[in-house]
Design a protein around this ligand. Structure first.
Ligand SMILES: NC(=O)c1ccc[n+]([C@@H]2O[C@H](COP(=O)([O-])OP(=O)(O)OC[C@H]3O[C@@H](n4cnc5c(N)ncnc54)[C@H](OP(=O)(O)O)[C@@H]3O)[C@@H](O)[C@H]2O)c1
Length: 399
C-alpha cells in the first residue's frame, strides 16, 4: 500500500490517475499535482469516493525547490512524472533530495534544443545508486511497452535478435482538420526533427519523414508509415545484445502531413521566439494555444491504434520472425477512463511501471530503462490492465 505523487494533469496523467484508482491494493493514495491547480482539482473530483485517497496540489516542476517542498509535505514513496520532458531533471533532483523513487514516460529534452537523448538522465546513475533509489525511464508505450516487448522477445524466443522494427499506427479519427494526440509542442518537435535509425553500431540520419513505406497492420489495414528518430532506439541498441538494426515507424495521414508542411513553411512550428506586439513568443507555443487540447479529443475519436515490434533473429540456429502488438480502441478507452487511446496506451504502462516498483519487482538502485528488468510480470499486467497483446510468428516484414 503506497502513496504516489503524480506530476502533470494532462491527457496521460488523467489515465494514470484513473488506473491507480482501479488498483487500490497497490495505490493507497495519490496526489495529482501540476502547474494549473484547477486541472488537478477537476481530475480529483472525478476520482474521489473509491478506496484510493485522491488529493490535488499546485506545483511548478521547473522549480526543484517547489517539488521538494511538495514531496516533503505529501511524503510519497515515488513520483510518476507525466508532465513534460523539460521537467525530468528538476523532478529527478527533487527525488534525490527527498529520498523517493522516480518514473517517467519521455526522456529529457532541453526546451531550446529539439533533440531528445538519454545522456542527461543516464548521468544520474551514480547519484541514484548511492541514494539507494530507483529511477525508471520511459515507462509509456513507445518508449515503454515496446522496450518490454523487446526484453520479452529476447528472453523467450531468440538467442540473438538482429533487427527490431517498432511500428506505431494510429487509425483514429477525431474529426478535426488538424490536431495532435499528445502535447502538440512535444509531438511536432518529434516529427519535424531529422529521422534516424541504428545500423551496425552507428546512427544513420535521414531528412525528416524522408523514408516512407506501406504496412498492412492487423485489424487496421494498409497505412503509410514514416521512419522517425525515437528515444528507445538509443537504449535498445545498448541493452539488446547482438542487435544489428533498429528502426521506428509511425503512421501519418496525407491530410495531417499537408497541414504540418504548411505550418512549417509559414514558420508556425519554429521554437525560436519572435517579437509580437512587444512580446517575445515562440510560434510553436502560439500554435499549441490554438490547436485542440489533446485531452479534449477523447469523446470525438473513433478507430483503433496498433503499436508493436517486429523482431528478426535466430533461435537454436534457425531464423525466427516475431511480431508482438497491442490493438487499442479509442472509444473503449473513452468509455473506461474518459480519454483517447494515445493517452491510454501511455498512462496504463506508466501505472504498471509504478506498480512494478511499488511491489518490489522492479526495484534496484540506479537509473534504468524498462528493458533492463524482467519483462514477464509487466507483460502479465498489460493483459490485466487493458492493453492485451497478440503475437504472430509469420508477420509481414518491412523491407
Ligand atoms: N512514452 C510514450 O508512449 C508517450 C506517449 C505520449 C506522451 N508521452 C509523454 O507524456 C507526457 C505527458 O503528455 P500529455 O499528452 O499528457 O501532455 P499534456 O496533455 O500537454 O499535459 C502535460 C501536463 O504537464 C503539466 N506541466 C507542464 N509544465 C509543467 C511544470 N513546469 N510544472 C508542473 N506541471 C507542468 C501541464 O500543466 P498545464 O496544464 O498547466 O500546462 C499539463 O498538465 C509528455 O512528457 C509526453 O512526451 C509519452
Amino acid at each position: 500500500m503506497s502513496r504516489v505523487l503524480i506530476i502533470g494533469a494532462g491527457g496521460v496523467a488523467g489515465v494514470v490517475a484513473h488506473k491507480c484508482c482501479q488498483n487500490p491494493d497497490v495505490f493507497e493514495a495519490i496526489c495529482i499535482a501540476s502547474r494549473t491547480l484547477s486541472k488537478c482539482e477537476a481530475l480529483r473530483d472525478k476520482l474521489v469516493g473509491g478506496r484510493t485517497e485522491v488529493t490535488a496540489a499546485q506545483v511548478d516542476a521547473d522549480d526543484t525547490q517547489q517539488v521538494i517542498d511538495l514531496i516533503n509535505s505529501y511524503k510519497p514513496e515515488m513520483v510518476i512524472n507525466v508532465a513534460l520532458p523539460y521537467q525530468d531533471l528538476t523532478i529527478m533532483d527533487a527525488c534525490l533530495a527527498t529520498g523517493v523513487h522516480y518514473l517517467d514516460t519521455a526522456n529529457y529534452e532541453p526546451p531550446e534544443i529539439p533533440k531528445f537523448e538519454y545522456k542527461w538522465q543516464w548521468a544520474y546513475r551514480e547519484k541514484f545508486e548511492k541514494a539507494g533509489l530507483t529511477a525508471l525511464l520511459g515507462s509509456g508505450f513507445d518508449p515503454g511497452v515496446t522496450s518490454v516487448f523487446s526484453a520479452y522477445a529476447q528472453k523467450h524466443y531468440f538467442d540473438e535478435i538482429h533487427t527490431i522494427d517498432i511500428i506505431d499506427a494510429n487509425a483514429g479519427d477525431h474529426g478535426y482538420h488538424f490536431a495532435t494526440n499528445f502535447n502538440p509542442e512535444i509531438n511536432i518537435r518529434e516529427i519535424t526533427a531529422p529521422g534516424s535509425y541504428w545500423e551496425n553500431g552507428e546512427w544513420v540520419e535521414t531528412e525528416p519523414l524522408e523514408i516512407k513505406k506501406v504496412y498492412n497492420f492487423p485489424e487496421i489495414g494498409n497505412k503509410d508509415i514514416y521512419l522517425l528518430h525515437h528515444e528507445e532506439i538509443e537504449s535498445l541498441a545498448i541493452n539488446i545484445k547482438g542487435i544489428k538494426k533498429i528502426r521506428f515507424w509511425m503512421t501519418f495521414s496525407e491530410k495531417y502531413l499537408t497541414h504540418l508542411r504548411v505550418l512549417e513553411n509559414v514558420g508556425m512550428t519554429s521554437i525560436e521566439p519572435i517579437d509580437f506586439n512587444g512580446q517575445k513568443i515562440a510560434p510553436i507555443h502560439f500554435l499549441k494555444a490554438v490547436l485542440p487540447d489533446p485531452a479534449s479529443l477523447g469523446p470525438r475519436t473513433k478507430g483503433k491504434t496498433n503499436i508493436g515490434c517486429i523482431f528478426q533473429g535466430v533461435k537454436d540456429g534457425k531464423p525466427v520472425k516475431y511480431h508482438v502488438y497491442n490493438v487499442c480502441d479509442h472509444e473503449a478507452c473513452y468509455a473506461e477512463v474518459g480519454s483517447q487511446a494515445i493517452s491510454y496506451t501511455t498512462g496504463v504502462p506508466a501505472m504498471i511501471g509504478a506498480m512494478m516498483m511499488l511491489t518490489g519487482k522492479w526495484l534496484k538502485p540506479g537509473v534504468y530503462n524498462v528493458e533492463e528488468f524482467d519483462p514477464d510480470p509487466f507483460m502479465e499486467q498489460l493483459n490485466k490492465q487493458g492493453l492485451p497483446w497478440q503475437e504472430s510468428f509469420d508477420p509481414e516484414l518491412i523491407d
